[in-house]
Design a binder for this molecule. Structure first.
Ligand SMILES: C[S@@+](CC[C@H](N)C(=O)[O-])C[C@H]1O[C@@H](n2cnc3c(N)ncnc32)[C@H](O)[C@@H]1O
Length: 179
């Protein structure tokens, strides 16, 4: 699915998976009117809430859909069609029997690299050490990505980041770029 199909406009498109209460995407959309933003979130209630907030802010460059982000990245995006991909505080699914539900695996990393245009960022964060280790291992192992070691300090500004920062929990954060 291209930016043109989604928005009727051919502008750079960024995707967030698990947009939750949409703080990150709404702020980005407001700051960058020349870019398009798609938030995928499986909890319908959050999608409806995010759409209301976008409407209240008068933002025509952001959309929220109740769609599984992993399936979307693997099957619905043309090669090189994304200008950014963002995943903040993905659900850890710690039980071994739930491991298949985790977002990050080699297939997802390869699909993400395929979908991103050269030089575009994949931004990720997690407060959960095993999840952060999985994210680092998976994205470092994908030949289509290189970690941006020169990236300045940044914040996703999401509810989870604020919550874990208040609690004094260490947060893993990094940016990888499509080669
Ligand atoms: C721990 S919350 C973090 C929410 C937000 N990113 C933040 O930082 O505040 C994880 C979110 O990802 C959503 N989610 C989990 N798996 C998903 C998937 N496959 N596709 C889209 N959203 C997903 C959950 O419903 C939940 O809202």
């Amino acid at each position: 699915m291209s930016a043109e199909t989604l928005f009727g406009k051919d502008l750079p498109l960024e995707l967030e998976i698990g947009s939750g209460k949409a703080r990150f995407l709404l702020a980005e959309a407001e700051r960058n009117p020349g870019r398009l933003y798609l938030g995928l979130e499986i909890v319908e209630e959050y999608v409806l809430l995010a759409r209301k907030k976008a409407e209240r802010l008068g933002l025509a460059n952001v959309r929220f859909e109740s769609v599984d982000g992993k399936a979307f990245v693997l099957g619905r995006l043309p090669e090189g069609s994304l200008s950014g991909l963002h995943v903040f505080f993905p659900d850890p699914w710690p039980k071994v029997r739930h491991a298949r539900r985790r977002l990050f695996d080699a297939a997802f990393a390869a699909g993400a690299a395929r979908a991103l245009a050269p030089g575009s960022p994949f931004r990720a964060a997690s407060d959960d050490p095993p999840t952060w280790a999985l994210i680092e291992r998976t994205l470092d192992a994908e030949p289509g990505f290189v970690r941006d070691v020169a990236a300045p300090d940044w914040s996703s500004g999401t509810d989870y980041e604020a919550k874990w920062e208040r609690a004094g929990k260490p947060i893993g954060k990094a940016i990888w770029r499509r080669r």
